[in-house]
Design a protein around this ligand. Sequence first.
Ligand SMILES: [Zn+2]
Length: 88
Amino acid sequence: MIDQTRILCVLARERSLADYAPGTINTRTCSQCGERVLLAPSSQKLLASDPTIELVCFGCVELKPDDTHDLAPGAEDEVRDFLKKGAH
Ligand SMILES: [Zn+2]
């Protein structure tokens, strides 16, 4: 049973925007600690489709055994494109 959908985010101060897919933003904040986090385009779309989704950074998240994990739609393509770009 899913009672709350959350997007796991990396803290903006821990990673460079350049390490992420084009279009990644750093203007959103973790719902727990208020620190700025990175949000890839796929996650931005997910959030736009459901504004009740919480953003939680990896430092704040508490995973329960029955939590399920899915990539945001399109996230796999972003990773693939990024890896392709880095291979040049
Ligand atoms: Zn946090």
